[in-house]
Design a protein around this ligand. Sequence first.
Ligand SMILES: Cc1cc2nc3c(=O)[nH]c(=O)nc-3n(C[C@H](O)[C@H](O)[C@H](O)COP(=O)(O)OP(=O)(O)OC[C@H]3O[C@@H](n4cnc5c(N)ncnc54)[C@H](O)[C@@H]3O)c2cc1C
Length: 679
Amino acid sequence: MSAAAILDLGKIPSKVNPELQSERDCSSLTPYISEITAIVDGGRNNTEKRRQIERILFKDPLFRDCAIDSVYKPRDEMYARGVERSVRLFALKEEYNWTDEEFGIAVYVINHQYSLGLHTVMFIPALERLSTEQQKAKWLHLARNYQIIGTYAQTELGHGTNLQGLETIATYDATTEEFILNTPTVTSIKWWPGALGKSVNYAIILATLIIDGKKHGMHPFLTPLRSTEDHKPLPGVKVGDIGPKLTFNTVDNGYLILNNVRIPRENMLMKNAQVSREGHFTSRGPSKANYSAMILVRVTIVNWCSVILSNSSTITVRYSAVRRQSTLDSSSEKESKILDYQTQQYKVFPSLATAYALFFVSKTLKNRYLKTYAEIMKGNFKNLPEIHCQSAGMKALSAEMTVELLEISRQACGGHGYLAASALGDAVASAKALVTVEGENTVLYLQVARYLMKRFAAAVSGERLSGSTEYLCMDPIKYSCPINSPGDCMNVSLLCQVYRFRAYRMISKAARMLQRDIEGGKKQHKAMNDNLVQLVRAARAHLLYCMMVDYKESMNQLQISVPVSKALNNLLVFFTVFNIVKNAGDFLETESIGLPQMEWLKETEVKMLAEIRPDAVSLVDAFDIHDNTHGSVLGCYDGNVYERMLKSTQNEPLNQCDVHYSFHQHLKPFLQRNNTSKL
Ligand SMILES: Cc1cc2nc3c(=O)[nH]c(=O)nc-3n(C[C@H](O)[C@H](O)[C@H](O)COP(=O)(O)OP(=O)(O)OC[C@H]3O[C@@H](n4cnc5c(N)ncnc54)[C@H](O)[C@@H]3O)c2cc1C
């Protein structure tokens, strides 16, 4: 960097940093980047569509710095910007006639930096899934045209996980044909729903239905909260923001107190259960059907994790290709790129590989969900438990992996990764929310484990299983480790057999432990609680196996050129091997592999680092993430890291004047407290 550039903090070179350019020049994958981009976007037309959406959004200053400007703004300003962005986004949707899918692309492009996401992500899908046809005709167009703005209010101060513990009540009054909603205790106050605090005027409220003193389970009630005229809370409604969070502070997650709020009978969303005028209750389908909107959100979170990791890998790989530190070869005059250190590759490539893995896995999961959803809409609930298990489990596993890998990505950028302007800290904190939202991870793993225990018992009693648990019918005696040479470690089909056996053994072990305790006289609940840790381990093993199979099969379906196939296969092999080595203890303990195989796998793992290294920059370029989307000074396409870091200091409010007012108010009087004369 020249001295002139140092003086001119706002100047970014017009050329790509030669460090990054040389990576692109030397990667044999570079000519094929657009082929991978098309895979990630779901076709070349979609790539063009996304870029068009980027052009529309980023010509507007409101969206240009959205990924990072919140760092420099106070909370209420952030919220106001978030609302402004929401409104502009909704207007653009109407102006350009964006489909829901295109709107979803726009949301990813602006990195979710808007306030009213819950309206699109939960409120509308819940209306679609929980309303009768008549109710849809009345409410859906109002929601879709933004004449009402809503959220989904389930969680309370006292309960989130245990839905049966929710205390909000909706009591039917047959004389007026109304429900009366109340949050009768402190713990029943709704707490957390996004956009509830200041934004929405409607909410779908989950409450226990009571008719003539009798409880009829949890049901959704469409409830007006604020006047559509002046936005003031309606009588009986007290609502506000719950305060700042680790991230997502553009969103006004809120609290809600209801005191005898009356809504018409027609406002109970009655697809799955009905209350007649006279107060007669009828149910159709399983009670779990009321939570089908949550399944969709969990499926979406798996994809979101892939996008988060694509963003962070773009940042860490590009930065690692630009940053030089020390030298590998003492005879060299030039310092080495940090990306050339094997340990750096071991920090950065797992994220890259997992970003691709979760992309393929989420695609398969979404297709599976859409198929099951179509069945459910026709009243066929047969596959609901399977899709519930898959979506809950994959959400938990993806979020867990993402948080772990993101933190390592942040560390991989050294001190600069700790700067807010790197965007990595915010990404880590945001990903942390994904572990908790839409079902806390441990709780979801345990739901998967309970499902597995039931399926295992069915297999033991001779039932033929289908779906993800089909393998529980296997005869473990017939297993022998299929890895017979170091070369076999590159064969993902063989590795999947290893994953399958490990899952089988861990599930059967959990079942055995439970049975042992119950036969030993423990009550079912006590036996369960005494084995929860093993149950979670078993669930994880099952989910990791499912993930590997879905990833491999999704890749098999691709029709791609040889260089792309080679590069993506390198990532597939690395991801598969990496997760065995990471869980080495389990694989050895279950005798899915032996010690020699583990040695071979470890060698393969580091060998794959070297295979991925030359194409690493091309593989992140292929995500084609706009600089304004990731918002990081470390990860821009041009690689001008240091100049961008300098420029970002201009955004810092402290730098808006040479002498800060606190100097005059505090420091100066203190420094000069004993001065009798000027120095
Ligand atoms: C950013 C954010 C946005 C949110 N948005 C919304 C929203 O829009 N609408 C909404 O309704 N809610 C929302 N929530 C709330 C969220 O859905 C809940 O926080 C989540 O479901 C977890 O429930 P909980 O907070 O009650 O956790 P808890 O269940 O209290 O979990 C605390 C601990 O207890 C453990 N635990 C709990 N039960 C069990 C069990 N049975 N077995 C073993 N361990 C257990 C958990 O594993 C965890 O370690 C949001 C939360 C966040 C963080």
